[in-house]
Design a binder for this molecule. Structure first.
Ligand code: ADE
Length: 418
């Protein structure tokens, strides 16, 4: 078995962390038990390009239980948990090519290996794998039954490819499932971003001005959790409706240039480029902390910050670099990469349970129905969302009501009015 991980000696610790995460992933356990019987991927090669975490380990175990010959590579150079990668190789016999802190060259060597594996089903988080497929491995694309996309940024890229007529395989936008984004993007990002910031800095959030750039699901989650910790939260937006929503949720809403003068801590969660740039750094207070929780490290213009700075001190603390701009210091966390996976452990297992059960069931759907799929971006079928929600409710021991026949009839009729 070919693999490239940091150190197999870390495997025991990784196995314990995988098992600990699995305790909080009852829906995925259920899917795994079903796959072990039905083997929907029997003998099929799969490649997954995902954050290599304990939760992802439980997903790839599930696909392997379903008969897949699966290879895992990292979807970000800084998010790999080396102990988990080692455990997957040593104890679960799943090939992994991922090393935390790998350079861009190694990152792409690993992505190349994922495509040389000749997968017929792929999984991506950010669409780097599919982008590489469409450049260097174009000839292989027709062999792929379908791909799953885990994150907002990836879905945006794939929809752009579809709009240009360049998408050469069917894609299921797992990110757009309610069982994914309402929970993972909101509560997962909300908690893990605060977790990453605190682990990196050890700051007290209470009483601080915290600026959340972006009020999508991730921004909403982060703003909500930062407020819960006692921060005075300011939201910045470009979308009129989201800005109104933030205002009516009780947050201060203002342009980022106005917020730049006030914030103690800035977090970008937009999916767009150069949200924090030179004009903003110049206005920030001494000691301002900036970080990013969006998928790519493009949201903070670090090059511009470097240019403005008379001095840069790397690693004043783990994950913290100090930039001196005039007489002021600005602290950048985790090189502007996603703070929740770089400085913390990503979203908690309980929420990844829903995302990865949706991933696993969407993959089964592709394996069974690929002949009916065109080269388009598809929503996750509603019955998969219902299954995941149902199993999660059961695992949480929450019972809900059912419509009475009279209520069903009422909802299906138009004749009863005032
Ligand atoms: N994305 C965010 N959190 C994650 C986690 N724990 N595992 C995999 N992908 C993630």
């Amino acid at each position: 078995m070919k693999y490239d991980v940091k150190n197999l000696k870390l495997a025991e610790l990784g196995k314990k962390r995988i098992e600990w995460a699995d305790n909080d992933m009852p829906v995925l356990q259920n899917v795994r038990a079903k796959f072990a019987k039905t083997k929907p991927f029997k003998g099929q090669k799969m490649s997954a390009c995902l954050h290599v975490t304990a939760e992802t380990a439980n997903l790839v175990r599930t696909l392997k239980a379903g008969g897949a010959d699966i290879l895992l590579v990292a979807s970000n150079p800084l998010s790999t948990q080396d102990d988990v990668a080692a455990a997957l190789v040593k104890y679960y016999k799943i090939p992994v090519m991922a090393i935390r802190g790998e350079d861009k060259n190694t990152y792409y060597q690993h992505l190349n290996a994922a495509l040389k594996h000749k997968p017929v089903i792929t999984m991506d988080d950010g669409a780097d794998l599919i982008s590489l497929l469409h450049s260097k491995y174009k000839a292989w694309a027709p062999n792929i039954k379908g791909s799953m996309e885990e994150t907002t940024t990836g879905v945006i890229r794939l929809k752009a490819m579809e709009a240009e007529g360049k998408l050469n395989l069917p894609v299921i936008a797992v990110n757009d499932a309610q069982t994914k984004n309402m929970f993972d993007n909101r509560y997962g990002t909300g908690q893990s971003t605060v977790d990453g910031i605190i682990r990196a800095t050890d700051i007290l959030l209470a009483g601080k001005y915290v600026v959340a750039a972006g009020y999508g699901w991730c921004g909403r989650g982060f703003a909500m959790r930062a407020r819960g910790m006692g921060a005075k939260v300011i939201v910045t937006e470009v979308n009129k409706i989201k800005a109104l929503e933030a205002a009516m949720d009780g947050f201060d809403v203002m342009p980022i240039k106005a917020a730049a003068k006030i914030g103690d801590l800035f977090c970008t969660l937009t999916g767009d480029i150069h949200v924090l740039r030179a004009e903003h750094f110049k206005l920030m207070k001494d000691g301002a902390i900036v970080c990013n929780s969006g998928h790519f490290d493009v949201e903070i213009d670090i090059k511009a910050l470097k240019k403005l700075s008379s001095k840069v001190r790397k690693g004043v603390r783990n994950f913290v670099d100090e930039y001196t701009v005039g007489k002021k210091r600005i602290f950048v966390l985790a090189d502007g990469r996603l703070i929740n996976l770089a400085a913390a452990e990503g979203h908690p297992a309980s929420v990844m349970d829903m995302s990865f059960s949706t991933q696993a069931l969407a993959s089964e759907y592709v394996a069974r129905n690929y002949k009916q799929l065109d080269n388009k971006v598809y929503y996750v079928p509603q019955n998969i969302e219902e299954t995941v929600a149902d199993l999660k409710l059961k695992a949480m021991k929450i019972a809900i009501d059912k419509l009475t026949p009279e209520q069903e009839k009422y909802l299906a009729s138009w004749s009863i009015g005032t």
